[in-house]
Ligand binder design. Structure first.
Ligand code: NAD
Length: 371
């Protein structure tokens, strides 16, 4: 998912540096590219080659082109940006079809405001996790990988857990200078949980339970045993068992921070199918019960509820009823963000900066839960 360098800034620096005669580069927002007389047609032609149109980019209009690199799982590269810049430079708008002909109907219906917001930039707090050991699950992809990266770059020793060996290997390769102990393991398997705790050693200062899976948007009467069991096993039982294995170390030290990942679907009934919604509500319950029980002993337990985030998570719509109902509720969904925005919220709760925060379910969703 990430480029070849050690972090997002490095991974995208080369592409951003290529600014052509058109004035476009990887630093320009997707929306600026689409609205540009040379960049727009060139970008639409590239999408058309892939069987898509610009409506596919509507959720990321406000992101810079270079941010697509880490999100694209290798499909979009620095070289691709350089190629687009070169094509835009040599494109003559006089020879192009009128924009109205090339823009799709879906694109034309936009709820984007007229003004432009500045793009968020990650700012690393040097040494925030120095001397600390943190277990982070789901470190092979998406929110888990971005959080593991942030914590490692802020000086923490990271026990990076994922069942995907490929994802973990990529993560480790990108962080050669950081203190990372990869553990390929499945949080639903007892021996793997034991291996994770053993890899951490005698002290665990933080645990981020980020590994999780979606369901297939089925309402109760359509949920199969297989979907129910798979989703509950990872999102609930895995989170519970790993936390149970880690807590004695934190209680012995009278210190520790656990951050669980719930979802918009842990706050209401309209964001996913029955199994995922029930699992993420269970995560909220585990968080509150544990915060209440262990707060006096110095262990904080909080949760983050992400809004739409561009990651590798897979969600199928296998139910006509589920699809229709959920799509209605998605009308107020905000623009999706990158996983780094979620890592910022999660790493805050993991850190000592959140010393007085316990039992909180923190929506990190651009305000979606306020609708
Ligand atoms: N992406 C979103 O929009 C979104 C929104 C709300 C909540 N979330 C939650 O955020 C968390 C992270 O999801 P993501 O979007 O980054 O997804 P992702 O698929 O990109 O990453 C999840 C990672 O967890 C790993 N994993 C899955 N099951 C595992 C298991 N049993 N043991 C070990 N590792 C396992 C996967 O291999 C993967 O690398 C999940 O709990 C998800 O429910 C995501």
């Amino acid at each position: 998912m990430f480029g070849k360098k050690t972090n997002q800034d490095n991974a995208t620096a080369d592409a951003a540096a290529v600014t052509g005669a058109s004035g476009l580069s990887g630093d320009n927002k997707i929306g600026e590219w689409l609205d540009h007389p040379q960049g727009g047609p060139v970008l639409r032609a590239m999408l058309a080659e892939a069987g898509q149109d610009a409506s596919a980019l509507r959720p990321v209009r406000r992101m810079s082109m270079k941010r697509l690199i880490p999100m694209s799982k290798g499909q979009f590269t620095e070289g691709k940006i350089a190629e687009l810049v070169a094509k835009a430079d040599s494109f003559d708008p006089a020879t192009a079809a009128p924009e109205a002909d090339t823009a799709s109907a879906a694109e034309a219906v936009s709820t984007e405001p007229e003004f432009d917001l500045p793009e968020w930039q990650e700012k690393v707090t040097g040494g925030r996790f120095a001397g600390k050991t943190l277990i982070i699950t789901g470190a092979g992809s998406g929110i888990g990988r971005a959080t593991a990266s942030r914590v490692a770059r802020e000086g923490g020793r990271v026990i990076a857990v994922d069942m995907s060996e490929t994802g973990l290997n990529e993560f480790v390769a990108e962080h050669a200078d950081e203190d990372i102990v990869p553990v390929v393991g499945n949080i639903t398997v007892e021996e793997d949980i034991a291996a994770i705790v053993a890899a951490a050693g005698d002290t665990v200062d933080g645990l981020a339970n980020i590994a999780g899976i979606m369901d297939n948007m089925t309402p109760l009467h359509e949920v199969t045993d297989a979907v129910w069991e798979r989703v509950m096993a990872v999102n609930v039982t895995g989170t519970f068992k790993l936390s149970r294995a880690v807590l004695p170390l934190m209680l012995a030290a009278h210190a520790g921070s656990i951050v669980n990942i719930t979802s918009e679907a842990g706050l209401r009934g309209s964001a996913a199918g029955l199994a995922y919604t029930a699992s993420k509500h269970a995560v909220v319950g585990m968080t509150k019960s544990s915060a209440f029980m262990y707060g006096p002993q110095g262990v904080r337990v909080n949760a983050v509820a992400p809004g739409p985030t561009i990651t590798g998570i897979e969600a199928n719509f296998d139910s006509a009823l589920g699809g229709a109902r959920i799509q209605q509720a998605m009308a107020a969904m905000p623009t999706p963000v990158g996983p780094e925005e979620l890592a910022a919220s999660i790493s805050f709760l993991l850190s000592d900066d959140a010393t007085n925060i316990n039992g909180v379910i923190l929506p990190s969703d651009g305000g979606w839960s306020a609708v």
